[in-house]
Design a protein around this ligand. Structure first.
Ligand SMILES: Cc1cc2nc3c(=O)[nH]c(=O)nc-3n(C[C@H](O)[C@H](O)[C@H](O)COP(=O)(O)OP(=O)(O)OC[C@H]3O[C@@H](n4cnc5c(N)ncnc54)[C@H](O)[C@@H]3O)c2cc1C
Length: 400
């Protein structure tokens, strides 16, 4: 049977045995995983069928049409980043233990990478992991950790050898967030919400069996996570034509400035820019599906986040005095990605809040400047910045 027909038959089977309207979300996702329809390119027995990743789109479309729940924003880090890292870099025990609960959203994940002194230059991070028998002991501080307040597990990058150059002394682990050595404190954002957090690790522990990759090889494992993060952002940016920010800009034009020709010109330009981004996203994704994710993911992220931010700003400008109003400034603690401001869509969306939220999109997952550096160096082949600390032992690199 051709792969497409095989997948279609399994989707039919899933929908028949677990009608979305009467099945609990977590049960539906677990059944989807068991049939190999979770990450279709993963090996059989691990949520996939070892097939072309392009078929995932076909599966997702059919499930969406049938009214099935979507798990991506519920466990963005688990499904978009931890799963794809564990399947490639993890042990069979780790795959067995973590993939199914992550896909079913029975266990929520977060990403403990960034620190107060290490964001764009992630490899300079300071959180220490020291071996103690069969365990590792962690001390340090992480920051900007999205959804840490609901997370059960985290991917963590820590320094295991300060005498090695910065990229070489790092190791990657999985760590239980529900332990006394981990303290999560909310960070309130410009939109009033606290989707991300500071995370303090004080003698937090994880067993050596939850190390991913060899000691000192953490940077390579982290790159797998970061590449998949860009791809996952790419999925988020595949909104239908005319939806999201540009849809709101058109609505704002119609209701506030219907006769202003200059405003109409601005909205037309924004429409074209958004359409170019949408088509570039589709093309980049198709290229990725033929091989592995590469720097084109950074192009999409860069183009999408900057264009959408400018478009939200245009919508706010067109609203005139109404653009000064925000629906509420309560400190909401979102439990899914994107916060409450993008949970709503169409007429109900709070445009001002969505614009403020989108500003974080140009920073998280790599800033716009870093996106431009990647484009310059890896796509255009321009010379990179001088890297004076590349070969120095991390312990000798000056830090503030
Ligand atoms: C909404 C949101 C969610 C996030 N979620 C997570 C998460 O879940 N887990 C996690 O680990 N992190 C998360 N982050 C952190 C994010 O990865 C970092 O904020 C990002 O990598 C930038 O690091 P930084 O904030 O330390 O800024 P810095 O790296 O200090 O950068 C400051 C400024 O300098 C510029 N800059 C820095 N280096 C260069 C350079 N070489 N060339 C040119 N310009 C440069 C930057 O573009 C920026 O404008 C999140 C951030 C946001 C906004």
């Amino acid at each position: 049977m051709p792969d497409g027909a095989r997948v279609d038959a399994l989707v039919d089977q899933l929908l028949e045995a677990h009608p979305p309207a009467s099945t609990k979300d977590t049960e539906f996702w677990a059944a989807q995983y068991d049939l190999g329809l979770g990450w279709v390119h993963f090996p059989e027995g691990f949520g996939g069928l070892g097939l072309d990743p392009k078929l995932q789109e076909r599966i997702d479309e059919r499930l969406e049409q049938a009214g099935a729940p979507s798990n991506v924003n519920v466990n963005f880090m688990g499904i978009g980043m931890a799963g794809p890292t564990i399947v490639v870099r993890g042990t069979d025990e780790q795959r067995q233990r973590f993939l199914r609960p992550a896909f079913a959203c029975e266990e929520i994940w977060c990403q403990l990478f960034s620190e107060p002194g290490a964001g764009s230059d992630l490899a300079s991070l300071s959180t220490r992991a020291v071996r103690d028998g069969d365990e590792w002991v962690f001390n340090g501080q992480k920051v900007w950790t999205t959804l840490a307040h609901v997370a059960d597990w985290a991917m963590i990058l820590a320094r295991t050898d300060p005498e090695q150059p910065k990229h070489k002394g790092l190791t990657y682990f999985l760590i239980d967030m529900r332990q006394p050595g981990i303290e999560v404190r909310p960070l309130r954002q410009i939109n009033g919400e606290a989707e991300f957090n500071e995370v303090y690790l004080t003698d937090a522990r994880t067993p050596d069996s939850l190390r991913v990759g060899d000691v000192g090889e953490g940077w390579a494992v982290a790159l797998t996570t970061l590449m998949n993060e860009r791809v996952a952002f790419g999925h988020l940016s595949r909104a239908p034509r005319g939806s999201g920010a540009i849809g709101q800009a058109v609505r704002a034009l119609q209701s506030h400035e219907p006769d202003d020709e200059a405003a109409r010109d601005e909205v037309t330009k924004a429409w074209i820019a958004n359409e170019l981004v949408r088509l570039t996203t589709v093309r980049a994704q198709e290229m990725r599906e033929r091989g592995t994710p590469g720097p084109e993911g950074a192009v999409v992220k860069l183009a999408y986040t900057t264009t959408v931010e400018q478009t939200w700003k245009l919508a706010v400008d067109l609203m005139g005095p109404d653009g000064l109003l925000i629906s509420n400034y309560d400190m909401i603690r979102p439990t899914t990605m994107g916060g409450s401001s993008i949970a709503e869509s169409g007429e109900n969306q709070d445009v001002v809040k969505a614009w403020l939220t989108q500003r974080g999109g140009t920073i998280g997952g790599g800033t716009t400047d870093i996106g431009r550096n990647i484009l310059a160096e890896r796509v255009l082949g321009l010379p990179g910045d001088p890297k004076a600390d590349k070969d120095l032992p991390w312990s000798q690199v000056p830090r503030s």
